[in-house]
Ligand binder design. Structure first.
Ligand SMILES: Cc1cc2nc3c(=O)[nH]c(=O)nc-3n(C[C@H](O)[C@H](O)[C@H](O)COP(=O)(O)OP(=O)(O)OC[C@H]3O[C@@H](n4cnc5c(N)ncnc54)[C@H](O)[C@@H]3O)c2cc1C
Length: 443
């Protein structure tokens, strides 16, 4: 599975340098503490808070942005994990905030329950995933944070507050970018376990773009990948089914996840880094690997993919109706300027939601993501592509690379001022600010 060998804690204890999944973000915190449980967390936070220290909590380190970096106190709450309570009638399940999604999925499965939608990997913690607005795909399904009924948040005094439905505090803390306190537990609205039928099929890109509304409307979960310099898309449709299970073979998994979704393969990507002029030929060649395949399996096994190649990523959330035009403009820019981007662009959708600074706040959303191999330069290309996203009122994923700051982000979020009001109330001394939080949310 994705990042299976990746352990943020090991990295932290070796040489005291902490690095994120892509290896691009790193820090040397003054203290890195893996607390043993809620009581120790409270003692550590209260002591640091009263000493005026800066506190950041890290999840699994799967954000591409410097959101989880700290020069002062970095907290690891991975031991505050697992199911705390279950109400089978309502489907409400309270879990420790450090629970890894893969473990959550397995535990829910045993209870006959499931998350209604998930992103394309399952290595993140639930706290980290919701804090940055992590999402899957499906035009009638909002992001993961929208499944939160209530949550428990620890403030700089070490005290826990329960934030309940119907309050601005909860709407702020659901997607809080780590800036409001330490998430200790979340209560999730789960659904009865279900199976998904996944069909992967290559399609002509123009057909996908002209049929975008229909394809996203008639499939519960629809997304596609397209390599720059080609006009072939790999479409992925996932729908609920009662048919018998037919899991993918390892060979299918390898071809679908590793070859197509991860791009040309690590070796080929490194090669294109040395010989960028080979990218169009390599991209066209790789589309020959795209073929139709099917799978029926338990939902969480269908959602989660292998990600074997380390990369950096920028993803923007845009009004859904702008999807085809923006994607066309991005492809034209990459191809017109010969940008050396050899990994496929990913296009997904979601329903709008009401978290105050969610990327999908108040509007059905299309997400367009560009990737670059971890060994290759990305910034000049991502900066140029970002200009297109901004022209279409795009909002950046808080956990994926972007070059925005609080001043120019504020007008994109109708409830920005309400978020700041909650922040003043919950973290008046800015104990939970780091450089990234200051940049994107202000002082
Ligand atoms: C290979 C890969 C695939 C991905 N796929 C998707 C996808 O399909 N969809 C999508 O939307 N995103 C995706 N992402 C992005 C990822 O889901 C987010 O960046 C997510 O935030 C990472 O979770 P994490 O547990 O690693 O948190 P981290 O990256 O460690 O932290 C993220 C944020 O959460 C905060 N945080 C963590 N724990 C707590 C806590 N207990 N209390 C308060 N704040 C906390 C941190 O301070 C930070 O601000 C992907 C990333 C990678 C590397």
């Amino acid at each position: 599975m994705v990042g299976e060998n990746y352990d943020a804690r090991k990295l932290a204890s070796s040489g005291r340098t902490w690095k994120n999944w892509s290896g691009h973000q790193s820090c040397r915190p003054r203290d890195f503490i893996r607390v043993s449980g809620v009581r120790e967390l409270s003692e550590v936070v209260a002591a640091a808070g009263s000493a005026g220290r800066q506190i950041t909590t890290v999840g699994s380190g799967h954000s591409f942005t410097p959101t989880a970096l700290s020069n002062d106190l970095l907290l690891d709450i991975s031991r505050i994990a697992g199911v705390i309570s279950v109400d089978r009638d309502s489907g409400l399940v309270e879990v420790g905030a450090g629970t890894i999604l893969a473990d959550l999925n397995r535990e829910l499965d045993h209870l006959g329950l499931a998350m209604p939608n998930l992103g394309d990997i399952d290595r993140q913690t639930i706290a980290g995933a919701v804090s940055t607005g992590t999402h899957g795909t499906g035009i009638s399904l909002p992001n993961i944070s929208a499944q939160i009924e209530s949550l428990k948040l620890m403030g700089a005094d070490g005290e826990i507050r329960e934030l309940k439905a119907g309050t601005d505090e909860l709407l702020a803390a659901r997607v809080g970018v780590g800036s409001l306190g330490v998430l200790v537990a979340v209560t999730l609205r789960t659904v009865p376990a279900f199976n998904l039928h996944r069909v992967d099929a290559p399609m002509d890109l123009d057909e996908v773009l002209s049929g975008f509304d229909r394809l996203t409307g008639e499939n519960e979960h629809f997304e596609f990948f397209v390599f720059p310099y080609t006009r072939t898309a790999l479409t992925l449709s996932r729908n609920r089914t009662d048919r018998p299970l037919a899991p993918r073979s390892d060979a299918d998994r390898f071809l679908g996840d590793v070859v197509i979704e991860n791009g040309l393969g690590d070796f080929a990507l490194r090669l294109t880094g040395r010989f960028p002029s080979s990218i169009p030929t390599m991209a066209r060649y790789s589309t020959h690997f795209m073929s139709q395949s099917e799978q029926i399996d338990v939902s969480h096994r269908v959602f989660a993919n292998y990600r074997t190649i380390r990369f950096n990523e920028m993803e923007y959330a845009l009004p859904v109706e702008s999807g085809p035009e923006v994607l066309d403009r991005v492809l034209a820019l990459i191809e017109g300027e010969s940008f050396p981007l050899a990994m496929p662009i990913e296009c997904r959708v979601s329903a709008g939601d009401d978290a105050l600074i969610s990327q999908a706040h108040g509007r059905p959303t299309v997400y367009i993501a560009v990737h670059q191999h971890q060994t290759m330069e990305y910034e000049p290309y991502f900066r140029e592509i970002e200009k297109i996203f901004r022209e279409h009122d795009g909002r950046p994923h808080w956990g994926k690379l972007h070059f925005r700051s609080a001043e120019d982000l504020a007008p994109s979020f109708p409830r920005w001022a309400d978020f700041q009001k909650v922040r003043d109330e919950l973290d008046p001394d800015r104990t939970f600010s780091n450089d990234y939080v200051k940049r994107v949310l202000g002082d």
